[in-house]
Design a protein around this ligand. Structure first.
Ligand code: AMP
Length: 468
């Protein structure tokens, strides 16, 4: 059996691994570290939770230590691109942990926070930079950063990057990178278009693939219930009351949908927080910390915001709305049943979501067990407490009347309208027709046509606070 000592990693890295109590490399680490130590390019098919971050950062840190030199001003030696702020922050933290006995510097840059501090952080040069693509390009355009010295380039969650419309940003960044470099490319899924993207970045790569730890049928029990869209909230309240929940992630397709679920739960005196692209960075961090620490048991999230988040002890994933992209379902349920624990995925299927579920079952080759509606369900629907409303002066003040009309429309629709551009996404002509545009967190500022609104956010949080 392989141990970390077999890899020949720098002593300072082995010390950090011992400090983290890692005894055994995970399968992706066993497969990826040896070729990476030889300087090979790598294409990894793996999702968060498999240990891929250590898989790519340990040999990279080893390389930076083996060939020591100071990074040039406004440059980095290793660049990691991640699709969301949360994932970027998480990767940077892992690099700091694994490099804690070294002098390597690690910086993170992402959108949604002031750029000036990031410009200052980069001015002296950094060893490892973890970035989201939009902000990275902004910094390059402002001449705060150059790509000429990148020795190792990592593209993480490539499928998510494509879903978020980052393809053009990635192509631009690729052109700026020096031709002599080591490339690492990770994606949870590898459909044709992602394989095409990988080809553009990689040079004679070694391909490694690990099954997501969490999609094995015996570890995640999958259930589904047919329910009308407008009755889902009553079902959610009943499920929360009935299930033995340690931590549950509740997924909606849109940001508005996530906020609406939180307000309804607040009406039923159930504490929850939402995490999505319209929340400020500090609200997102706060919600995640509260969820991690166990202060709140329920986190309502859009797909994008939840991707890559590593929270242990998620006992339940509730698909309040069914994703119309099967891979998204795999990502969602992969949030539970981590590290050998058991998990439960429960899907609420409205009549117009049945085809989505059929696609999911075809792609995942699994079938969920039917979970009947509670016996007294019609009574629960009738007696469902009213949602807590956001304070009046936020959300609509000063907003474009057209937007307000669209919001009202959406509310009437019960959140069934596709997210589309208005919900913070980007138009994307490069995908099939049925795919919905998830909410982008970080597009280059110049190109962003549809700015997410932050106005109504505080209102919802306030609403939750009033509970308990
Ligand atoms: P990742 O897929 O990189 O996000 O890692 C998922 C989780 O597994 C993180 O909390 C890591 O700290 C942890 N982890 C990674 N590698 C190991 C290992 N070899 N032994 C124990 N835990 C690990």
């Amino acid at each position: 059996m392989t141990t970390f000592n077999d890899f020949g990693l720098h002593a300072d890295i082995n010390r950090a691994l011992a400090a983290k109590d890692y005894t055994q490399p995970t399968p992706i680490q066993t497969q990826a570290i040896p070729p990476l130590m030889k300087g090979r390019d790598l294409c990894g098919i793996a999702q968060t939770g498999t240990g891929k971050t250590a898989g790519f950062s340990l040999p990279s840190i080893h390389h930076l230590l083996t060939y020591p030199h100071r990074a040039n001003p406004r440059s980095c030696r290793m660049l990691v691109l991640a699709p969301t702020r949360e994932l970027a922050a998480q990767i940077a933290q892992s690099c700091r942990d694994y490099g804690r006995f070294t002098k390597l510097s690690v910086s993170t840059v992402f959108g949604g926070v002031p750029i000036n501090k990031q410009i200052r952080d980069l001015s002296g040069g950094v060893d490892i930079l973890v970035a989201t693509p939009g902000r990275l390009l902004d910094l390059i355009d402002q001449r705060a950063l150059r790509m000429d010295d990148v020795e190792i380039f990592v593209l993480d969650e490539a499928d998510q990057m494509m879903d978020m419309g980052f393809i053009h940003s990635l192509r631009r960044i690729a052109k700026l990178l020096p031709s002599r470099r080591q490339n690492l490319f990770f994606s949870a899924t590898m459909p044709k278009e992602i394989a095409g993207l990988a080809d553009q970045f990689l040079n004679d790569p070694v391909t490694v693939s690990v099954a997501p730890q969490a999609t094995t049928a015996e570890k995640i029990r999958q259930y589904s219930t047919f329910v009308e869209q407008k009755e889902k909230q009553a079902l959610l309240t009943a499920v929360i009351g009935r299930e033995d929940i340690d931590r549950a992630l509740i997924f909606t397709r849109t940001k508005h949908g996530a906020d609406r679920v939180v307000r309804h739960l607040a009406g039923a005196k159930i504490k929850a927080m939402a995490i999505h692209g319209n929340k400020s960075q500090s609200q997102r961090t706060q919600a995640l910390q509260a969820f991690r620490s166990g202060e709140i048991k329920l986190l309502v999230a859009t797909d994008i915001a939840a991707r890559g988040i590593d929270v242990s002890g998620v006992s339940h994933v509730i698909n309040f709305e069914i994703p119309n992209v099967p891979e998204q379902y795999v990502h969602r349920i992969g949030r539970t049943a981590r590290a050998g624990a058991e998990g439960k995925a429960i899907s609420f299927i409205a009549p117009d979501e049945r085809t989505y579920m059929r696609d999911i079952e075809r792609v995942t080759r699994t079938k969920s067990e039917p979970m009947p509606l509670p016996e007294n369900f019609s009574e629960l629907v009738r007696n469902l407490p009213k949602p807590v409303q956001p304070p009046r002066d936020t959300g609509s003040k000063g907003r474009n009347p057209q937007r307000q009309r669209e919001d009202a429309h959406r509310q009437r629709d019960g959140g069934q309208r596709a997210a589309g551009h208005r919900d913070g996404g980007q138009p994307r002509g490069d995908r099939g027709p049925r795919r919905e545009v998830p909410a982008a967190d970080d597009q280059p500022q110049r190109k962003r046509r549809f700015r997410p609104r932050n106005k109504s956010v505080g209102a919802h949080k306030g609403a939750v606070k009033r509970v308990g």
